[in-house]
Design a protein around this ligand. Structure first.
Ligand code: F6R
Length: 605
């Protein structure tokens, strides 16, 4: 959460800082600010709310200079006000921070005792004062003082640091939170995400945990945690400068929903043709005793679908866990077990902490990420990429189906390796996968159907999503999508669980969205739907044409999904759920790409 940018280019930095912030706004949009050194003095501008407000402020009160840092905030400690917005300053030091300083209360008390005055409620404000303390207390240079000070911080940080009177360099440091360095011609950059550097440069390196960097025009010195000068590999980034372009779509979310058929086609063709998920990229499924899948949010639901697949097609025992629950409970892990971490961003703090725990318990670590250079990818023994391209909309859509596609490939590999899938079974599953992108395209075309249903959801206070088998995680995902972007309360329920309590919620004002693909569980789901109907609940049925035609209950609406093999149903049935949420949020005039209180990359716990 929060995004930081730093630039030194010897001339004008404000455009690069603002351009970088725009690409990082998905990380938080509660407030924004920047600081620039001009004629050896630090000047700052800060505003509440979205970045557009900072732009307006800069138009009224411009600043310019050769070195600067900037920040877009997702509030943790302290409300989203101007006073709490970054940068934070002492008399000598100005800082932007992403992460959480866990020992800030103790540090603040000590610093206040020493006479340093605080103005905000944030944890971050201790950083400039602490660096000042080191500068005030001896013969340390600003950069040496900062390097010593950050060692006293517990928790997670990515920092950009400016000094009063210094315009030839700025500093950066990282522990826990990510930070990329960009190498320009006669310019150096830092950013929380390499995507923010794409318009400026494609040469990037990544600071390792505990690194401290001093950036000057055209040069960077990086010190590791033991203060040894080190080199970090400079790579050519594949991120395109226009990755954050909406094209002709009104929202990133809609664009990303519509990108899915092409992305899925690419993944299926490359992997099934060239066997891209090669053995060396993944654990030996024949060898492991069990698999633990760990993730958060939408990525967790992709893992939940994969549990059903691994059990059914590879006879592999799979446990699934939400990362924030797993990380603290000292779960015993089996000998010879493997753990699979799924994360679009590859930066989710809870998922990363769970990974470190599993690693310490001797598990083989496999990760499935969308960002190849991410922290989770770099800490894993094996990495499979989801290849969905940058996902900008805060609500995850294309990353989910790309995760499912990569997981489907892994399941087939596992099924073969464990002697469960015959060559004929494999042909059947891969054949189904190959047909999936075209069927997905058909589903996306039914815009009128989604818009009509969305109108009927518009005034709803609460909705229930039900499904069985692999459609149960889809019901959970459908509910998450609806609540996060349209702010309608929603719950996903295993259809068979309804009668154990949730059925009490059914009334004429509580629509039930039933995810009911044909197949061995269909009859059971249909009888659960009738139980809903008997209690007056309006039903939105998502199924194939045959099932819809023969349904002997009344529906408020139905969405038709082409007939398909069971294996690919999750890819197809999630699409109407994404579109229903999108159009419901649109009808309610919500901020679809930046829902309130959320951020795309959750790098705090
Ligand atoms: C929901 C959503 C979140 C993320 C979750 C995990 O639309 O986007 O629930 O899925 O925060 O993020 P990653 O996958 O980056 O670890």
């Amino acid at each position: 959460m929060c995004g930081i940018v730093g630039v030194i280019n010897g001339s004008k930095v404000v455009d690069d800082l603002m351009g970088g912030l725009e690409l990082l706004e998905y990380r938080g949009y509660d407030s924004a600010g920047l600081a620039i050194v001009k004629d050896k003095h630090v000047y700052a501008r800060k505003t509440e709310g979205a970045l557009a407000n900072l732009k307006k402020e800069l138009a009224i009160n411009p600043i310019e200079g050769r070195v600067g840092i900037a920040h877009t905030r997702w509030a943790t400690h302290g409300e989203p006000t101007v006073v709490n917005a970054h940068p934070h300053s002492s008399q000598k030091v100005t800082v932007v921070h992403n992460g959480i300083i866990e020992n800030y209360e103790m540090l603040r008390e000590d610093l206040e005792y020493e006479g340093y005055e605080f103005v905000s409620d944030t944890d971050s404000e201790v950083v400039p004062h602490l660096i000042s303390l080191f500068m005030d207390s001896g013969a340390l240079s600003p950069e040496a003082a900062a390097m010593s000070a950050v060692k006293m911080l517990d928790g997670a940080y990515a920092l950009g640091i400016l000094f009063e009177g210094e315009e030839e360099f700025f500093c950066a440091a990282r522990k826990g939170s990510p930070l990329a360095i960009g190498y320009g011609d006669e310019a150096m950059y830092v950013a929380s995400d390499a995507m923010a550097l794409a318009p400026m440069t494609d040469r990037v390196s990544y600071l390792a945990d505990g690194d401290f960097a001093v950036l000057s025009q055209g040069n960077v010195e990086i010190y590791d945690v033991d203060e040894h000068l080190v080199q970090r590999e400079v790579r050519k980034s594949s991120i395109k400068a226009n990755a954050a372009d909406k094209g002709h779509y009104a929202h990133f979310m809609l664009k990303e929903i519509h990108e899915q058929p092409d992305i899925l086609l690419d993944i299926v063709e490359t992997n099934l043709g060239a066997q891209k998920i090669a053995k060396e990229k993944t654990v030996d499924f024949a060898e492991i005793s069990s698999l633990r899948i760990i993730a958060c949010g939408t990525s967790f639901y992709a893992g939940h679908v994969a549990k059903y697949w691994f059990e059914r097609y590879a006879n592999l025992n799979v446990e699934i866990d939400i990362a924030s629950e797993f990380r603290y409970r000292n779960a015993p892990l089996p000998e010879n077990g493997a753990a699979l971490f799924i994360s679009q961003s590859g930066e989710t703090a809870d998922t990363f902490a769970a990974l470190e725990y599993a690693k310490s318990k001797g598990q083989k670590i496999l990760s499935l990420v969308n960002v190849p250079e991410s922290t989770i990818a770099r800490a894993s023994d094996y990495v499979v990429l989801t290849e969905a391209g940058s996902e900008i909309g805060v609500a995850s859509t294309k990353a989910f189906t790309a995760q499912l596609a990569a997981l489907a490939m892994l399941v087939i590999e596992a099924g073969k390796a464990r002697g469960v899938l015959s060559a004929a079974d494999e042909r059947e599953l891969t054949g189904a996968l190959k047909l999936m992108p075209a069927k997905a395209q058909e589903i996306l075309k039914q815009t009128d159907v989604y818009q009509d249903i969305a109108q009927s959801l518009k005034e709803t206070h609460s909705a229930l999503f039900i499904g069985r088998g692999a459609s149960y995680p889809l019901a959970l995902e459908g509910a998450l999508k609806l609540k996060e972007i349209s702010y309608i309360h929603a719950e996903g329920i295993g259809a068979g669980e309804l009668k154990h309590g949730p059925i009490a919620l059914i009334d004429k004002d509580t629509p039930v969205i039933a995810v009911a693909p044909p197949g061995e569980l269909a009859e059971k789901t249909l009888s659960n739907i009738k139980e809903v109907q008997a209690r007056g609940g309006p039903i939105i049925l998502i199924s194939d044409a045959k099932t819809i035609a023969k349904a002997d209950f009344e529906t408020l609406a139905s969405v038709e999904v082409p007939e398909c093999h069971d294996f690919i149903a999750p890819f197809l049935y999630v699409l109407p759920l994404q579109l229903l949420s999108y159009y419901a949020a649109l009808a309610r005039d919500c901020n679809i790409d930046k829902p309130r209180n959320l951020a795309k990359s959750v790098t705090v716990e």
